[in-house]
Write a protein that binds this ligand. Structure first.
Ligand code: ATP
Ligand code: MG
Length: 412
């Protein structure tokens, strides 16, 4: 599979970022890896996401796009920067060219122009990366075969209610994230009746218990032996075959296993049960982000509210929780806006109810994301995956910002 062109969007106006993202979301050779609001944010996000192409606005609050262009290129010389500018800014254009920008587009750009310009300069970046991969810096995409030393992200898919679609979302999300550049593993931490392997039409006697049992001696070879390989390239750690095998599992052991997997894989997606038991809490403890699944019915909404109340005790900041509404349908009489209002929480993405496509794919062990990607459910999952990636980049950025004052304090 050819590499995708990784695109970072930099603009202080959320609507502009969203419009560009929307224009690009169905381009199969492109992937939006983040959206930065300021020049400074652009520099850290570029460092984190290693884009091939940056779409850069000029006028931004803290640092203008030209200074940001210079700074990004200093660290990532292969990155191609496209400047978005309002007409009649010849001076800006000249300065942007001197700073190393590759191309210019009027603001707002037309869909055709935007896509063709990104493709043109993106191809150049891909070729340069292939010739001199080391120039991409320390965070460069990891190789196809997982290697120790990656700083992967742990994505825990949870819901305080059974049957809302955790497994459907986690398996399809993992498949959406899995690429040659971003090797991904899904871990079934619904230890008692987990069904991730079944949903992916895989069989194995191995399970997460085998890793938990050897938590002091984890190594890449052991993980390779215990995981099952899906034809897509996704790796899978299954739940044990019998529920009683889960009994002795301790939360910290699960955290440790997941953190180890994050040194091997770009993304570690974790499916859970609805119980806040040892394995769920262990998973949440180690998470970079919790994808909370809701459905438009009152018992689920009530449980979500309780979960949000508990979130602080679980050490979860609001930024670390993203709410996804699944099984959305007008006939239920509860809209996403209503749920957001009831919970006083924003909804990151919505997945529609589809009583034909989804159960069929579950029952056949053929994830819907690997079938027709133009179907509304598949499209919603792709949009959700994108929004989760963006949130992860934002969290990484906030973490870095948080560390800064501490570092200064130390020097003093
Ligand atoms: N958007 C949807 N539209 C229609 N059916 C759906 C949708 N999402 C999930 N389902 C169906 O609902 C059922 C439960 O989904 P799933 O197993 O993913 O939920 P879960 O939260 O993991 O449940 P459990 O509590 O058993 O772990 C499955 O049959 C699945 O096909
Ligand atoms: Mg499940």
């Amino acid at each position: 599979m050819a590499d995708k062109i990784r695109v970072l969007i930099v603009d202080d106006i959320a609507e502009t970022r969203e419009n560009i993202r929307r224009l690009l979301q169905f381009e199969r050779d492109m992937e939006v890896v983040g959206g930065a609001r300021t020049g400074k944010e652009a520099i850290t996000m570029a460092r984190d996401t290693q884009p091939h192409v940056v779409i850069m606005d000029i006028n931004m609050p803290d640092m203008d796009g030209i200074t940001a262009t210079e700074a990004v290129l200093k660290e990532l010389p292969n990155t191609q920067i496209i400047i978005l500018s309002v007409q009649n800014e010849p001076d800006y254009m000249r300065r942007a060219m001197l700073a190393g920008a590759r191309d210019f587009l009027p603001k707002p750009p037309s869909a055709d122009e935007l896509v063709s310009t990104i493709r043109k300069v993106g191809q150049r970046a891909l070729t340069q990366a292939a010739i001199a991969p080391s120039v991409q810096g320390p965070g460069a995409p990891v190789s196809a075969s997982p290697a120790h030393g990656v700083h992967g992200k742990i994505i825990v898919v949870y819901s305080p209610r059974g049957g809302v679609g955790r497994t459907m979302v986690s398996t399809n999300l993992a498949l959406a994230l899995q690429t040659e550049d971003t090797p991904t593993i899904i871990v079934d931490a619904a230890l008692q009746f987990g069904d991730v392997a079944a949903c992916l039409n895989l069989q194995t006697r191995n399970s997460l218990i085998d890793l938990v049992d050897q938590v002091g001696e984890l190594d890449t070879e052991l993980v390779d032996r215990i995981s099952v390989h899906h034809p897509s390239g996704l790796k899978v750690i299954a739940a044990p075959a019998r529920p009683e095998q889960a009994e002795a599992v301790q939360g910290p052991q699960v955290s440790k296993v997941l953190r180890f997997l994050a040194t091997m894989f770009h993304y570690v997606v974790v499916d859970t049960s609805s119980a806040l038991n040892e394995s769920t809490i262990g998973a949440i403890d180690s998470s970079d982000i919790v994808v909370l699944i809701g459905a438009p019915d009152l018992p689920t909404i009530k449980n979500l509210r309780i979960f949000f109340e508990l979130s602080e005790a679980l050490n979860l900041t609001p930024q670390k929780i993203v709410l996804i509404m699944n099984r959305m349908d007008k006939r239920y009489g509860i809209s996403a806006e209503k749920v957001a209002d009831l919970l006083k929480q924003p909804i990151l993405a919505q997945i529609p109810l589809d009583d034909r496509v989804v159960p069929l794919s579950t029952n056949n062990g053929e994830p819907l994301i690997l079938q027709d990607r133009t179907k509304p459910v598949a499209r919603a999952i792709l949009e959700m995956a994108q929004a989760i990636k963006t949130r992860l980049a934002e969290i990484a950025h906030s973490n870095q910002e948080e560390k800064k004052p501490a570092a200064v304090a130390k020097v003093r």
